[in-house]
Design a protein around this ligand. Structure first.
Ligand code: XMP
Length: 561
């Protein structure tokens, strides 16, 4: 499958996943590996190109991450980004210095080379990296150090007002070395996609034929090869990732698969029954579905625990224990399957970037697991790729486009200790919020559709037949990609009827995001929020205050814990 691969060498920057995503958007497979990857292993991967990422360090410190100079002699094209560009300069004999003022944010660059895919015009040098871009562009900068002197043989291809080498390159002999001080992977960089596409397609010569149907085909083949006649136990949560993993496994090894669904008592309202209806014996799939009602067991383990990371680990560990027990009941099991996806792997600190949170399905894995091996068929996919994979497998759209729900469930939406009563409160408030947002989205679609029809009628066009609003009008600009209620541990005084209350405050969170790495608060219409507030206070016992969380990510995270 991975005949053509770009290796992204991770030097600790925060945008490293994004680089791999952008490369994959060019239909070229990319993997992130730490800078500690031995060069022999790098060579064995036979990449068509290598990208050095950014990172927070200064290249001239002995302790800073580096790579062997030999990498430049492999004849494999290399693109250095930010720290990666400075490292290239430093290792090849250029000079990197610290500027007095950092350059941060949107910055204008001017090219010092020809930028069109045609013979040299007014400039002495034509750069393939800039084909199809413009002389002046806005780019995203984030650096204090800068390349003061390029290594011998390199040409400066762009500069900014404060940065003499915004990009440089050496493309002679069989060497193709490119370096950009700015971040082409960030959407704020105009032509960033074009620049990365130029690198992977034009400079590395990738054909761009990595597609989801080929992934599904080869994943099924690989799973069959790995699992053989073994039995697989799959952790099915009903979320997008584990559902796609389960269906993929079911296609690969059929009856050898058993799916266990653990109701840990931290699911959304009625979710346990809904999951059972879809994947259980009465549903459409053959998954050997077993439901384990382990609610009380989890509440007991979690009792009194207030620390977010401890809660995640308790939930993760208990989860695995339940599986071990189920595995024993059904006889020998060789593999444990999980729906871990690429951002989980990287955000859990397995790459070079700082650990933000340990996602329970990776970071919290206990030491004693009674299985031969773990299989994670989606480990290398980003969320949107998992969705495409789900559609490819014929999973219905409503399941594939469900909003994400974290493995530790409401455990990361209840601040401080977890009790059955708090779970009830958050479940009920959340159900109301989701229902009202969904209703408002549907209403918006109907209103938009009416407008379109009215305008068409005014122009004398008759809109006949039944029009599907989903296809005709799109989504409102306040549409949230993730929206839920959470429980603060705050209680405050209120008045209901003639009585004083001293009850909990529920917080509503609604964010728009394309990659869940950064997110903005959504501008949910005020009347929708007011309706939710009214309903939650009237219908959910134990709540007397409703708040709306305005925080973006960063500095907040999407979940509260
Ligand atoms: P944060 O809170 O880190 O969330 O901004 C980013 C996305 O990841 C989901 N999330 C999790 N998913 N296990 C999961 O499977 C977890 O422990 C976990 N924590 C957060 C979150 O819902 C959001 O979509």
């Amino acid at each position: 499958m991975n005949k053509e691969m770009i290796v992204v060498l991770d030097f600790g920057g925060q945008y490293n996943q994004l680089i791999a995503r952008r490369v994959r958007e060019c239909n070229v497979y990319a993997e992130v590996h730490p800078y500690t990857l031995p060069i022999e292993e790098l060579k064995a991967m036979n990449p068509k190109g290598i990208i050095f990422t950014g990172g927070p360090n200064s290249v001239y410190l002995d302790t800073s991450p580096a790579y062997t100079r030999e990498v430049f002699d492999l004849g494999i094209p290399i693109l250095g980004i930010c720290y990666g560009s400075q490292l290239m300069a430093h290792l090849l004999g250029g000079k990197v210095k610290t500027a007095e003022v950092s350059e941060y944010g949107k910055t204008e660059v001017e090219l010092d080379c020809d930028f069109e895919n045609k013979p040299v015009t007014d400039k002495a040098y034509s750069s393939m990296l800039y084909a199809g871009t413009a002389r002046n562009m806005t780019v995203w900068m984030s650096h204090t150090d800068y390349i003061a002197e390029v290594p011998e043989g390199f040409t400066v291809t762009a500069h900014t007002a404060n940065c003499p080498v915004a990009s440089m390159e050496y493309s002679k002999d069989d060497k193709k070395l490119y370096a950009v001080q700015y971040h082409p992977e960030v959407l704020h960089t105009e032509y960033g996609k074009q620049i990365l596409e130029n690198f992977v397609l034009k400079i590395c010569g990738c054909s761009g034929d990595w597609r989801m149907d080929s992934f599904v085909e080869s994943a099924i083949r690989d799973l069959r090869e790995k699992i053989g006649n073994g039995r697989v136990l799959c952790a099915l949560s009903g979320g997008v990732d584990s559902s796609v993993a389960a269906v993929l496994l079911s296609k690969a090894v059929g009856k050898q698969l058993t799916c266990v669904f653990v109701d840990h008592g931290l699911l959304r309202k009625d979710e346990g029954d809904e999951v059972e209806a879809i994947f259980g014996p009465k549903g459409n799939y053959e998954l050997n579905f077993i439901r384990v009602n382990a609610q009380d067991r989890f509440y007991l383990k979690l009792a009194g625990e207030t620390d977010p990371e401890r809660k995640r680990h308790i939930i993760g560990e208990e989860f695995i224990r339940v599986f071990e027990e189920e595995a024993k009941k059904i006889g020998a099991v060789d593999f444990l399957a999980q729906g871990t996806i690429y951002p989980d792997v990287i955000e859990s600190g397995l790459g070079e970037s700082a650990v933000i949170k340990s996602h329970h399905n990776v970071g919290g894995l206990p030491d004693h697991v009674d299985f031969k091996e773990i299989v994670e068929p989606l480990r290398m996919l980003f969320k949107d790729e998992v969705r495409r994979c789900g559609l490819e497998l014929g999973i219905p759209e409503y399941l594939v486009f469900r909003q994400p729900f974290p493995g530790p469930g409401l455990g990361v939406r209840i601040i401080d200790d977890i009790t059955k009563e708090k779970v009830r409160i958050v479940q009920e408030a959340d159900a109301i919020f989701r229902e009202e947002v969904d209703k408002a989205v549907q209403q918006w679609k109907c209103d938009e559709l009416d407008k379109i029809c009215e305008e068409a009628e005014e122009e004398g066009i008759h809109v006949g037949g039944i029009v599907d609003p989903d296809k005709a009008v799109g989504l409102p600009d306040w549409y949230p990609n993730q929206y839920f209620a959470a429980l603060t541990n705050m209680r405050s005084v209120g008045v209901m009827g003639d009585f004083r209350t001293y009850d909990y405050a529920v917080v509503l969170r609604a964010v728009s995001t394309s990659d869940f790495m950064t997110a903005d608060c959504c501008n949910i219409p005020f009347e929708v929020l007011q309706k939710c507030m009214n309903r939650i206070i009237n219908e959910v016992k134990g709540v007397n205050r409703v708040m709306f969380d305005l925080t973006s990510k960063p500095p907040g995270t999407i979940e509260l814990l």
